[in-house]
Design a protein around this ligand. Structure first.
Ligand SMILES: NC(=O)c1ccc[n+]([C@@H]2O[C@H](COP(=O)([O-])OP(=O)(O)OC[C@H]3O[C@@H](n4cnc5c(N)ncnc54)[C@H](OP(=O)(O)O)[C@@H]3O)[C@@H](O)[C@H]2O)c1
Length: 306
């Protein structure tokens, strides 16, 4: 079972060489990452990015930085592009800024961060600080974090987008109790991106928010794709079903990610990664075949049954 070439093209998935590779596990790990288009511009992004919450938040020593440097190096080497951060993630923006400039990889990345504070002036100050910490004159995407003072910050972000300091504007949430306001904002505002929590065992955003993004022409970035490890606990000690091979999936992380990124309206997922082995594992979810609608339902039934 796999999505047809026509279905993939319809979903805006770039058909790189990977889709034509034979389905052996070995070859599924080679080739370019599958890409999807940002609806507002048609620019393509790889369907798996990297989140920096928690593991990048309290980094003070070189011993703590070294594995993150290797993680980012590996991420870029394997074709990774999207990095998500926030001024509220402690040292994360600074660490990303330092390592990206050290590795000289800024030009190949798509850097996303957020504004997360109340008030126009406080927002301006926080945004300027993000530019300094990330050490870049242009940030690819800035989103209003968890709908905090949304109207105020969207005004600023749009001005900065006009000035060319920001390429894309969006909003984020990871809370069900914000979904109603989130939908209202999506209906009222023109946004390039939304970011929302979604996982194989947390599918509420799939009911209205993700379809609404498709209707409104907004790119969808998925946070908490593993539910911060909740999904790994759910399958602990369980073997991957044999049918996972039908969509070139070898590991549980790939199972969880392929479920998300195969949704036609999802642009990319941003799993938190601070280890090179996680990068290798998770980016492999952006290669080979993806599950089709029937297979996605099978995956849902499987997780509902564990
Ligand atoms: N409202 C918002 O805007 C919002 C809210 C939440 C998150 N986010 C963004 O979304 C990103 C993702 O969320 P998250 O990092 O909190 O949670 P997550 O992606 O659901 O889970 C990340 C954790 O899963 C584990 N993991 C990752 N890859 C693995 C692999 N291949 N094998 C085994 N374990 C693996 C790691 O745990 P260990 O490190 O413990 O091994 C990692 O810290 C964040 O980093 C952040 O950028 C945004």
């Amino acid at each position: 079972m796999q999505l047809s070439r026509r279905e993939l093209l319809k979903a805006g998935i770039g058909v790189g060489a990977s889709l034509f590779l034979p389905s052996t596990n070995l070859l599924a790990q080679a080739g370019p990452l599958i890409q999807k288009k940002i609806p507002s511009t048609g620019e393509s992004l790889p369907i798996v990015g990297l989140g920096t919450a928690r593991r990048y938040e309290a980094v003070t020593t070189e011993a703590e930085r070294a594995p993150l440097r290797e993680t980012l190096r590996e991420f870029k080497a394997l074709g990774g592009k999207v990095i998500d951060s926030s001024p509220t993630y402690g040292t994360a923006e600074q660490v990303v800024g330092d390592l990206v400039s050290e590795l000289k990889i800024r030009d190949s990345l798509f850097i996303a961060t957020k504004v997360s504070i109340s008030g126009r002036d406080a927002g301006l100050k926080q945004l300027e600080q993000s530019f300094k910490r990330l050490q870049t004159p242009k940030i690819d995407l800035i989103a209003v974090h968890n709908l905090r003072d949304t109207q105020t910050h969207l005004r600023t972000l749009r001005e900065w987008q006009q000035q060319g300091r920001i390429r894309y504007v969006g909003i984020t949430t990871s809370f069900d109790n914000q979904y109603r306001d989130f939908e209202q904002t999506m209906k009222a505002e023109k946004l390039d991106f939304i970011q929302v929590d979604h996982a194989l065992d947390n599918r509420d955003a799939g009911e209205r928010i993700i379809p609404l993004a498709a209707d409104r022409g907004m790119a969808v970035m998925i946070n908490l794709p593993f539910g911060r490890g909740r999904l790994f606990n759910a399958v602990q000690g369980k073997k991957l079903p044999e049918w996972a091979g039908e969509f070139d999936c070898k590991t549980w992380p790939q199972f969880f990610l392929k479920y998300l990124v195969s949704h036609p309206a999802v642009t990319c997922a941003i799993p938190g990664m601070a280890k090179t082995e996680y990068v290798r594992d998770n980016l492999a979810a952006a290669r080979g075949r993806l599950p089709d609608a029937a297979m996605r339902r099978r995956m849902e039934n499987f997780i509902d049954g564990v």
